[in-house]
Design a protein around this ligand. Sequence first.
Ligand code: GCO
Length: 453
Amino acid sequence: MSFRENFMWGAATSAYQIEGAVHEDGKGLHIWDVYTSEPGHIFENHTGEVACDHYHRFREDVKIMKEMGLKAYRFSIDWSRVLPEGTGKVNEKGIAFYNALIDELTANGIEPFVTLYHWELPYELYKRGGWMNPQIVEWFGDYARLVAERFSDRVKNFFTINEPQCFIGLGFVTGEHAPGLKCPLKDTFEMAHNVLKAHGRAVQRLRHYGKQPLNIGFAPTGSMCYPKSDSPEDIEAARQALFEAPGDVKGWSWNVSWWSDPVLLGHYPEDGLALYEPYLPRITEEDMRLISEPIDIYGQNIYNGRCIRMGEDGRPEDVKRYEGFAKTAIGWPVTPECLYWGPKFLYERYKKPIYITENGLSCHDTISLDGKVHDPNRIDFLARYLTQLQKAADAGVDIRGYFQWSLMDNFEWAKGYSDRFGLVYVDYRTQERIWKDSAYWYRDLIAGKISLS
Ligand code: GCO
């Protein structure tokens, strides 16, 4: 394998998706706690109340990571567990939980990568306007300071926000995710601007209060674009398509450059500014300085991509997928090329070391008659995708690590427990963890016993 030395082979999770213990030890409510407690929002009214019971079983879970040979683990802190009201009084029991988890990881030689916001907006802050209230910039900054003060002696790597595309787009445009709102588009642009400013403030606070030099980034998502052929025209078309602003304003949040250009280049993209002009909030130079506070690493969640060619009119166009195109259980297309072209285009534009902060798939995993969980589709998917990622590394893209989504099956948001993304199977009736075949495969890959392509 030609990944760099010290390549961070990892797996990822997020707090609400695995922790459970939502009413324990002084945790406050967040928008997902509230949203899932009301029937009709989530598949079969599932909630994260118990989830994988990771809050009580984290030692067992770290043991699994260790046996798998993971070098790194990406997890998120539930803001409302450490600050039940989002701001003000600290919940020491919540802090103690994350301290114990971090200690367990470091004692086992696993590098913790901490996400500050994987969608657990404290309900008390939501009631005060949440992302609409400009004060959230300071609320989030204070939270980041707390995290730096309490955890950064052992944690070096931080991602501020996870997938703003989703939590704004699904939470406030289409209303499929908590808090389930369909807001005027103008509001959603304002929230997005506050999200980016909050990110900037968090970077400053982490840096200032960090107990050691930190690697700080954020973790956006997006459908990548890859060219139909290796012709310069198709490659250029794919690059343009990846970074262009969606023409349908209702889908505006599904946008790479609207989120990443401000953070890394210090300005919003020109095409978006023109296209979305009627909806935009006031944007000042001072805002842009805050938003583009320098970061060290670029996280990107990548699941799939669109195939693009240059059209006869000189504009990029989507190539229709053939009938029967491979898809995962959740229905997403299998497009390994996105893990070559995505990092390549992103690295060319943003010039930052890249972590693939999420990549993976759901399969129809079940316990077979032999008591094992066979998931050949996941192994095939991972082999194909990682071969492409390796190709990107070979081509000189600075890729530092890869986090499989997910370590174990968990609460898949509006889909509840109906989709299984884990390397490890969770039997929710008993909380038994069963290694899927892919978990053994990943272990062997990390150990260098399997080579790609
Ligand atoms: C994210 C993702 C994860 C999902 C995964 C599969 O926000 O990082 O939404 O939480 O579980 O992407 O959909």
